[in-house]
Design a protein around this ligand. Structure first.
Ligand code: NAD
Length: 481
């Protein structure tokens, strides 16, 4: 079985402790590789390497930094099949999804920032004939990048690529639940000839490795994606140290369906926005509000289509819903289904663990689940479940549905279905969320600001927002007379 290694100062290294953690294949419920159980000593080494590499990397001309990023993008593309397979085994997601979404997007992240940095320009402010101000944007230093398990390589590279493009060096930690593609990425960075210490990847537990990165005094900037509770913990350490922080956290996204929508488009997309990646995308619409006179028709069709979704082994072409990521996560999702019933919810379909049989009989599979009959303010409708579970609710008035949609502590993404242009703009304006999709879902332009409001996070990723996050502005004022 593979023993994953840390990537520090350009080398693949064992953890200082020489200890390893089990890495599970969720589709089989079995250990299939080992993860370094790293600690502060490994983080110390990684930060020292990143610090030593910073002066040279930060003044490496943009077009040369760009070449490294583009080379990595191309290597990810060349290794698409191998990486997709690894992602699918590590995470439980359908291979098809890894092949068409996760890995192409990881390559796109490097490509986007490898070219984007060439076009970034800072500002100048003229004071007519008195003075001129120009703003230098200088890379902050060693960036700490911490990512979750749901879109492992996709979200890992979404942080690393802009950090490297901006001239920061990086100490990164992927989720201990899905470390494999980050390990394969370190091999590709070596192949690309990325200078030693520019990117360092330390594997291990959040409480040890993550904590050591966040609290390290030589890491002035933290880019974190993960749960809201972890984000609050990180902020409690990083804020008193006055670190720059970008926190991309949990969500409980509303999907608002008006009766005048393009019905077929809405139904097909709602199946995706509910159950893609087993509902484990922070942007999935888990609370579905449907205008009252469309409710019965929608309910019938949505349940019928959902029942047709094949739950099965990730490698199987027919599979639409693979395994959820881990046993504890499966148990958490099932406990929410139980809670929903206690709160008075009625299960319209799904609701149970599935045994898909054969070598996959120990895997962590859950039927796509639809629940109705719950009020907007019960726990099931307020807390993030992060699994293949949605609730459906009828509404009568726009004001009422906006109040329900905005009633959680979260504010990440939202979806609105209507053919009424005026209403679409009005609702978009009044939703408390960082992202509003009208008549679509997960349509991503990497230039747009990405992030949430309220407990869904602080700061924005994407486009030049990320370049600005990884750089510090310095104003230079020159008197002209
Ligand atoms: P998590 O918070 O448990 O872990 C995320 C990362 O933080 C992991 O690498 C983990 O090891 C690390 N970590 C844990 N404790 C830490 C600590 N004390 N100090 C530093 N690092 C620590 O989240 P998860 O379960 O991996 O991911 C699921 C969550 O991520 C969901 O809430 C989901 O909504 C959220 N998410 C948000 C976005 C977004 O863009 N807003 C995207 C994907 C996932």
């Amino acid at each position: 079985m593979v023993h994953i290694k840390n990537y520090i100062n350009g080398e693949l290294l064992e953890p200082a402790s020489k200890k390893y953690l089990d890495n599970f294949d969720p589709s089989r419920g079995k250990v299939y590789s080992y993860i370094p159980d790293s600690d502060e000593q490994d983080v110390e080494k990684a930060v020292a390497a990143a610090k030593a590499a910073f002066p040279a990397w930060s003044i490496t001309p943009k077009d040369q930094r760009s070449k490294y990023l583009l080379k990595i993008a191309s290597l990810i593309g060349k290794n698409l099949d191998r990486l997709a397979q690894a992602e699918s085994i590590d995470n439980g997601k359908p291979l098809k999804l890894a092949k068409t979404v996760d890995i192409p997007r990881a390559a796109a992240n490097f490509h986007f920032y490898g070219t984007g940095i060439l076009h970034y320009a800072a500002h100048a402010h003229s004071m007519e004939d008195t003075a001129i101000n120009y703003t230098l944007r200088q890379p902050v230093g060693v960036a700490g990048c911490i990512s979750p398990w749901n879109l492992p390589l996709y979200l890992f590279t979404w942080k690393i690529a802009p950090a490297l493009a901006a001239g920061c060096t990086v100490v990164a930690k992927p989720s201990e639940v899905t470390p494999m593609t980050a390990y394969l990425l370190s091999e590709l960075c070596i192949e690309a000839g990325l200078p030693a210490g520019v990117l360092n990847i330390v594997h291990g537990l959040g409480g040890k490795v993550g904590n050591a990165i966040v609290s390290h005094k030589e890491v002035p900037l933290i880019s974190f994606t993960g749960g809201t509770k972890t984000g609050a913990h990180i902020a409690s350490i990083a804020a008193p140290m006055f670190k720059k922080m970008s926190l991309e956290l949990g969500g409980k996204n509303p999907n608002i369906i008006f009766a005048d929508c393009d019905y077929d488009k809405m139904l097909a997309t709602t199946l995706h926005s509910s159950f893609s990646n087993q509902g484990q995308i922070c942007l999935c619409g888990s609370r579905i509000f449907v205008e009252k006179h469309l409710y019965d028709k929608f309910k019938k069709d949505f349940v019928e289509q959902t029942k047709k979704m094949v739950v099965g082994a990730p490698m199987d072409e027919k599979t639409r819903v693979g395994a959820v990521v881990s046993k504890p996560h499966m148990e958490k999702v099932l406990s929410y289904i139980e809670l929903a019933q206690k709160e008075g919810g009625k299960i319209l379909c799904g609701g149970k663990q599935v045994n898909v049989g054969g070598e996959f009989s120990e895997g962590y599979y859950i039927e796509p689940t639809i629940i109705e009959g719950l009020p907007h303010d019960c726990r099931t409708n307020q807390e993030e479940i992060f699994g293949p579970v949605v609730t459906i609710m009828p509404f009568e008035k726009e004001e009422e549905v906006l109040m329900w949609a905005n009633s959680t502590v979260y504010g990440l993404a939202s979806t609105v279905w209507t053919e009424n242009l005026t209403r679409a703009h009005r609702v978009a304006q009044n939703i408390h969320a960082g992202i509003v999709w009208i008549n679509c879902w997960l349509l991503r332009d990497l230039r747009t600001p990405f992030g949430g409001v309220k407990s869904s996070g602080v700061g924005r990723e994407g486009g030049f927002e990320a370049i600005e996050f990884f750089t510090e502005p310095k104003n230079v004022c020159i008197k002209l007379k």
